[in-house]
Design a binder for this molecule. Structure first.
Ligand code: ATP
Ligand code: MG
Length: 448
């Protein structure tokens, strides 16, 4: 029995409305799991014996969000509650969707179709009576992810479930029950059929957790990583020289863990920043191993992976850019011009991301937290160069395309090249950023 006082008043009101129609309502899913863990529930999912049509009659504002699957969304006093009629089957996420739902008679039957014991607990409303036929509460206390029933069967029904298990391992910091973990390798064929968008959503949830590596390590142990991110799996055992404490895979995972979990682009960039190392690995004449230009190869691979996972183009570009530009080595001997070039290369709006990625990269190299002020010398130089307000992009130049056109320079690639050379000139020597001076340089360039 859950303490009745802990049932949210809104949920009690909603249960009372179901009761006017002689219907029952249960809180299910993540909200119950989180309540039992003593965490605040994120969003509310309900299960009911009322059909979607009946729910729509009982409540004034109901959105038919998934009628085919028996789901509607109740909008009530600023809350939205996804409400699903008791069902016998879940929606399979690998193309084998049931055409029509079959409704179940009892909450117990509904719970038996759910993936993990911790997700197969219901709270009767408004009483707070706990319906827990599979020992989910005990598993939550033990921090164990365990399939409801036979793991091999549950995974063969729906290939998304293994990936959910790995994601929950990261999100909740739980472990997989051995029988559940051991059933994953044989069900990989099913997971291979899952739509890439669904894979991406699980990956994103993993990346938002405090320690994403927990999920990736489960994926590695069970073959999910090799199936879905083979480029990452390949980094296992690729040893690094010098100060490096970890192989490439652990280096990437630690770096990912050490980036802020509310910056998805930085997290992905950390996860992928050296992923090209196994590809470019080579030995020079004296037998010393090098990873020449690995950042470019890593950026290419990162972009390929993200396109495969159907990330939006802007996200793909942002991550590719961070990965391609993660190799810089600031020294106090850098001239202001060098700092300006650095700024142009990484982009002033990307500085925070670049700093965060570098901090994580250093952390994952030595396996220890870098000093707070490790990047301070570079940051100070950057700030002072920015404060000087010098030209850092084409739009800051004292001349524009129209000016060049009047010199007889044809618009198009040639003009673009000349404008870029003018920017180079100005980056080297900001005093050159005057109209007359730049027109002279442009004329000279055009005559070449
Ligand atoms: P979160 O909302 O934090 O991702 P959740 O457990 O609420 O976690 P949802 O995807 O919202 O996850 O699903 C709600 C519930 O539906 C789950 O708790 C589980 O009982 C059930 N469920 C979801 N997906 C599946 C699935 N693929 N197979 C079986 N049951 C599932
Ligand atoms: Mg949920």
């Amino acid at each position: 029995m859950m303490d009745n006082a802990r049932i949210h008043p809104i949920l009690k009101e909603i249960a009372a409305i179901f009761a006017t129609g002689g219907k029952k309502a249960y809180l299910v899913g993540g909200a119950v799991r989180d309540t039992i863990r003593g965490k605040k529930a994120e969003d509310w999912d309900l299960a009911t014996d009322a059909t979607p049509q009946e729910v729509m009659k009982l409540f004034r504002r109901v959105v038919p969000t998934g009628i085919k699957h028996g789901t509607v969304t109740i909008l009530y006093k600023g809350h939205s509650l996804e409400t699903t009629t008791f069902r016998t089957e879940s929606d399979y996420t690998d193309g084998r969707r049931p055409d029509s739902v079959s409704y179940a008679a009892t909450i117990e039957e509904d719970l038996s179709r759910r993936d993990f014991t911790m997700n197969a607990i219901a709270l009767e409303l408004p009483t707070g009576r706990v319906v827990d036929p599979f020992g989910g509460a005990a598993d939550i206390r033990k921090r164990i992810i365990r399939c409801v029933g036979n793991p091999a069967e549950r995974f063969s029904e729906d290939g998304l479930r293994p990936l959910r298990a790995a994601r929950f391992a990261a999100q909740l910091e739980f472990d997989l029950d051995p029988a559940t973990r051991e059933a994953i390798p044989e069900s990989l064929g099913k997971t291979a059929l899952v739509a890439m968008e669904r894979v991406r959503d699980e990956l994103d949830k993993t990346l938002r957790s405090e320690i994403p590596s927990r999920g990736f390590l489960v994926m590695e142990q069970t073959g999910l990583l090799n199936l879905l991110l083979p480029e990452l799996a390949r980094c296992r055992g690729v040893e690094q020289k010098g100060n490096h404490r970890f192989d490439v895979l652990d280096h990437l995972l630690v770096a990912c863990d050490k980036t802020p979990n509310d910056r998805p682009a930085v997290r992905l960039a950390a996860l992928f920043h050296d992923i090209g190392k196994p590809v470019v690995e080579s030995y020079d004449e004296s037998g010393v191993r090098t990873f020449h230009r690995h950042e470019a190869e890593s950026a290419r691979i990162a972009e390929r992976i993200m396109l495969r996972l159907r990330y939006p183009t802007a996200a793909v570009k942002a991550v590719g850019h961070l990965v391609a530009n993660h190799m810089f080595h600031y020294e106090d001997t850098w001239t202001d011009a060098a700092v300006r070039r650095f700024l142009v290369r990484v982009g002033t709006d990307r500085l925070e991301d670049v700093y965060a990625l570098r901090r994580a990269d250093t952390w994952a190299t030595f396996g220890a937290e870098p000093p707070r002020d490790a990047l301070l010398p570079l940051m100070r130089r950057v700030d002072s160069v920015l404060a000087a307000g010098r030209a850092l992009s084409l739009k800051d130049l004292a001349v524009n395309g129209e000016d060049l056109a009047r010199l007889g320079i044809a618009k198009g690639p040639r003009m673009g090249a000349i404008l870029n050379e003018l920017l180079e000139t100005v980056l080297d020597d900001p005093a050159m950023n005057e109209r007359e001076k730049l027109l002279v340089v442009a004329g000279r360039l055009n005559a070449r």
